[in-house]
Design a protein around this ligand. Structure first.
Ligand code: C2E
Ligand code: CA
Ligand code: CA
Ligand code: CA
Length: 278
């Protein structure tokens, strides 16, 4: 019970001083987590609806806490962003994802793209594209195997700046995707100017398919928009057969979600990948 109380933030919300202390502590904890290499990546397969094969994996950050076990990114990424720690953490994620993919390639596994989430703070770092290029060089991974997921809100914070960085990344040969598409405020006219390859339809539109007619209308509208703009489109959070059928019928290119697989530790992902029929 003592253990529970200590980690329950609710307990501290009453008292400002205690709360500030708690926050400071977690920031310190996050810093130590990085130093002690307590972070790890899980990989969630992305499947082509056309071929039925895994073509990519999204790298998702986890914190293997010595006492609390595996902690999800939702619980610490906001703090990491607030404190700027997301920059070194994000560097670690990028380097680790590229290194893992290169190791799979060297082991002769089927070709794959690795998709990495980028936070606004990271993306705004000076010369960020050059840092990405340096990581690719260091890990000996060809740029075309890396995809970076940018959210609409990240792009909308500074559209001209974002477009410039996106072009610099495109010039290196890295591919870009817009994550959580449909939840932000990017105008359709702005979308036309972004050098992106893929839209990821946010899970919130997929969850209630086929119950919610509005969500179905929005989803199929995003798919036809993507098609007209020559972009690939992937639906995330796909959990049911009915959703797969609807997406297939609507012309969606790819799916990601529990229906096919949860995010997996590297070793498990490797087993899944090597068990695919060639
Ligand atoms: P996201 O980029 O939208 O990632 C998809 C999230 O949906 C993941 O949660 C994934 O586990 C979950 N998910 C996948 N399929 C399903 C499904 O069928 N049903 C449901 N209910 N959920 C599904 P996760 O791994 O907890 O990550 C949460 C968020 O944390 C991510 O959302 C992303 O915004 C952020 N994140 C994760 N890793 C990183 C990272 O390395 N860097 C940054 N900046 N953010 C990250
Ligand atoms: Ca993502
Ligand atoms: Ca997403
Ligand atoms: Ca709904």
């Amino acid at each position: 019970a003592k253990e529970l109380g200590r980690n329950n933030i609710q307990v501290f919300t009453e008292e400002m001083a205690a709360r500030a202390h708690e926050k400071l502590q977690s920031q310190e904890e996050l810093r130590e987590a990085l130093a002690r290499e307590e972070f790890l990546l899980h990989f969630q397969p992305q499947m082509s609806l056309e071929t039925g094969r895994i073509f990519a994996a999204e790298a998702l950050l986890r914190w293997q806490h010595p006492v609390r076990g595996i902690i999800s990114p939702a619980a610490f990424i906001p703090l990491a962003e607030e404190t700027g720690l997301i920059v070194p953490i994000g560097d670690w994620v990028l380097r680790t994802a590229c290194r893992q993919l290169k190791a799979w390639q060297d082991a002769g596994l089927p070709p794959l793209i690795v998709s990495v989430n980028v936070s606004a703070r990271q993306f705004r770092e000076r010369n960020w594209a050059a840092r990405v290029a340096a990581v690719l060089e260091e890990t000996c991974l060809e740029a075309r195997y890396l995809e970076l997921e940018l959210t609409e809100s990240l792009i909308m914070q500074d559209v001209p700046g974002a477009i410039a960085t996106m072009h610099a990344l495109e010039a290196i040969g890295v591919h870009l995707a817009i994550d959580d598409f449909g939840t932000g405020y990017s105008s359709l006219s702005a979308l036309k100017r972004f050098p992106v390859r893929r839209l990821k339809i946010d899970r919130s539109f997929v969850t209630d398919i086929p119950r919610d007619a509005d969500d179905m209308a929005i989803t199929s509208a995003i798919i036809s928009l993507a098609q007209k703009l020559g972009l690939r489109v992937i639906a995330e959070g796909v959990e049911t057969e009915a959703q797969v059928e609807f997406l297939q019928k609507s012309g969606c290119d790819e799916i990601q979600g529990y229906f096919f697989s949860q995010p997996l530790p590297g070793e498990d992902f490797e087993v899944l990948l090597s068990s695919e029929r060639r």
